[in-house]
Design a protein around this ligand. Structure first.
Ligand code: ZN
Ligand code: ZN
Length: 443
């Protein structure tokens, strides 16, 4: 009995936990890339008037069923859903638009000055097959614009996406299409069904069932056989009603005027129910494989109303979501990304002896508060080890305090590049540092 207990205890201690399949840590060395992309994106979209919104990760499951739509893979097969102790059905958010719309309605943003421009960033969850670069928890940066139906907004959003990528050093191709409105889409789907009927036997098993329930989805099937069939299919663009056609032509005109290159792609339909009119996807330049899309978006003019927003007033809207991980993977492969991927500092404070250590303890804090970019390695006793760390951090100057400096109320300042040293009075340290750093930055 005692033996058994011990064995159990030992196995317990030996058990090593690993992250759940499809869920990944973002380690410190990767945070340089994440910070870089996040900071750039946030600063650019803010200058375009977007305001940040943080939404809960958990929502009522019904929100996604009603917006993204039952019949889509995302809702039928990929949601992390469970019942709370209070018997409520909830889901980890599989995407960001539905929650943003829910919040827009819940907080009466209808009454704000239009357009209401929001951005969000954070993790989304889909029970997907975790293939290369695809995780069950993944991160998106998203933009949503409410209350404007003008095609100039579509063009501006697409233009902005292009800028976001170009300013982090990634060139992109934008693929764009219009999927019309409820009215014109109906006729098109009829025509598409007719066409697919003739080729039905050659469609993949998924598309055999999509063909009836979700006909448009056949257009963006990844299977080769299906892609061949749809390449000859009728195109929605030929079926747009007058209003949808005018809208789309205007979007393209604005893009042309802004010298934003785009590619018309009749196969882009987006998999979710809520889209209408303009839809687009963003690819790394020269790589148009579906799996490599960096982001996608489109109009969803009816969603606010469908989710219980104002029934009297229309709330046209458009949004886009960008996949952070793929963006970061591209930057990590680039040799000239210009991203600093290790910690650096201007100044290092080093000490030798217990009294000096106490002094450096407060000197570090004083310099930090004055706004200097300063580093330390205060637990070390060896000066050599401390200076090694100073080298790692590529600091310009090391400030060294030993027994002698304590007695003299001085500090030894060492130029780490030239190796030259100078003894300065303790109370002049701030002035000397400012002067020396200034002269370096001028060169
Ligand atoms: Zn239409
Ligand atoms: Zn297929």
């Amino acid at each position: 009995m005692i033996m058994n207990l011990n064995l159990k205890e030992i196995t317990n201690r030996m058990q090593k936990f690993k992250s759940v399949k499809g869920f990944k840590d973002i380690l410190p060395e990767d945070q340089f890339y994440w910070d870089f992309v996040r900071n750039k994106f946030i600063s650019i979209v803010k200058s375009y008037g977007f305001e940040r919104i943080d939404l809960p990760i958990l929502e009522n499951s019904g929100l996604f069923v009603k917006s993204v739509g039952s019949g889509t893979d995302m809702v039928d097969k990929e949601m992390f859903s469970f019942e709370t102790l209070g018997k409520k059905k909830v889901s980890l958010r599989p995407e960001g638009t539905a929650g943003t719309v829910r919040s827009y309605i819940e907080h009466g943003m209808l009454n704000r000055r239009k357009p209401v421009k929001l951005f969000y960033l954070g993790p989304m969850f889909r029970y997907d097959r975790p293939q290369a670069g695809r995780y069950r928890q993944f991160h998106q940066f998203g933009l949503e614009i409410f209350g404007e139906s003008s095609p100039v907004i579509d063009a501006q959003l697409i233009f902005l996406c292009k800028q976001l990528f170009s300013e982090i050093g990634i060139e992109t191709d934008i693929h764009i299409n219009s999927i019309g409105c409820q009215d014109c889409r109906k006729e098109y789907i009829g025509q598409l069904k007719n066409y697919l009927k003739k080729n039905r036997k050659n469609l993949c098993p998924d598309c055999q069932s999509r063909y009836l329930k979700n006909t448009l989805r056949v257009l963006d099937c990844k299977e080769k056989g299906c892609q061949e069939i749809v390449s000859e299919a009728p195109q929605i663009i030929d079926y747009l009603c007058d209003d949808c056609n005018k809208h789309f032509v205007k979007v393209l005109e604005y893009l042309g005027d802004a010298e934003t290159a785009y590619q018309l792609n009749p196969l882009i339909v987006r998999g979710l129910d809520y889209y209408n009119r303009t839809v687009f996807e963003i690819f790394p330049k020269g790589n148009e494989k579906r799996q490599s899309a960096l982001g996608a978006g489109g109009r969803y003019d009816d969603l606010v109303r469908n989710l219980g927003g104002s029934q009297e007033e229309e709330t046209p809207a458009i949004g886009v979501a960008l996949g952070m991980k793929r963006i970061i993977n591209i930057l990590k492969k680039k040799e000239d990304s210009g991203i600093i991927t290790s910690r650096t500092s201007d100044i290092f404070v080093a000490q030798l002896g217990e009294r000096a250590r106490k002094k450096v303890f407060s000197l570090f804090e004083r310099l930090r508060r004055l706004g200097f970019d300063v580093a330390e390695d205060i637990s070390k006793t060896s000066l050599k080890q401390q200076l090694e760390e100073a080298n790692n951090l590529k600091v310009k100057f090391a400030l060294i305090i030993g027994q002698k400096e304590i007695l003299d109320k001085t500090i030894l300042i060492r130029d780490m590049e030239s190796g030259s040293q100078e003894i300065i009075p303790e109370d002049k340290v701030e002035k000397v540092l400012i002067k020396r750093l200034k002269s370096i930055k001028k060169v």
